[in-house]
Design a protein around this ligand. Sequence first.
Ligand code: PAF
Length: 283
Amino acid sequence: MKVVNTIIELKSILDACREKGMSIGFVPTMGALHNGHASLVERSVSENDITVVSVFVNPTQFNDKNDLKNYPRTLDADCALLERVGAAVVFAPTVEEMYPTEDTRQFSFEPLDTVMEGACRPGHFNGVAQIVSKLFYAVEPHKAYFGEKDFQQLAIIREMVRRLAFNIEIVGCPIVREEDGLAMSSRNTLLSDDERERALTISSALFASADFAKVNTLAATKAFVEDMIDDTEGLELEYFQIVDGNTLQQIEEWGDSDYVVGCIALFCGNVRLIDNIKYKEVR
Ligand code: PAF
């Protein structure tokens, strides 16, 4: 496995692979890797000749300076995990490498980016689009892999690829959970033992709501989840929205869409966590 820090080095490795007709899979990450990331890399390794993983904590997608400062950075452990799961190249650039000058591009993915995370974290998706587009130009992968935990991000990346006409297949991969149900996240390492215990209510509420939803209205299901979170000390709900999985707009009735997803964001102490559950997906 090669670890490179510059776009020039990266391109020279990947150009040689392309000349040999090899397919390139790409997994963009911000590091602090866990088994959720490992599953993306494993999927890419199984579907491509070589897999590139980027490890870069992207400053432009953080609207909170403290969040950026506290974001876990564990490059050595990340490389050990990536070697184990078969990544061929790790791209770990500096901020100056990715942003030699300020990126003044302004993306708008309305209405996808005006709701939920977009409403709570102004500028977040603009930063995500800035870095992911730069990484796509640098790597030029055939396929790129993203986790469904960041459900809104995945929808926005698909839209960005469509609008910028990138010739890249975006592969969405299922959420990976701890044995007790908590969705894997780099931010979980920031939870105290107490907070970790409380955070379990998130997945419990979502799983219980899937059963509840079978015999109750959408409004009652929304209230069911909100009440479970509100009743747990130490959790502060930011939003729970039941949306159309394609447009990300809230719906009123189960019959309003064939693809229905419940998306939640909350603070557990100072740690912001997100999760989601599919109520309906007719393919
Ligand atoms: O999902 C993430 O880890 C980040 O938003 C991404 C896609 C790597 C862009 O920085």
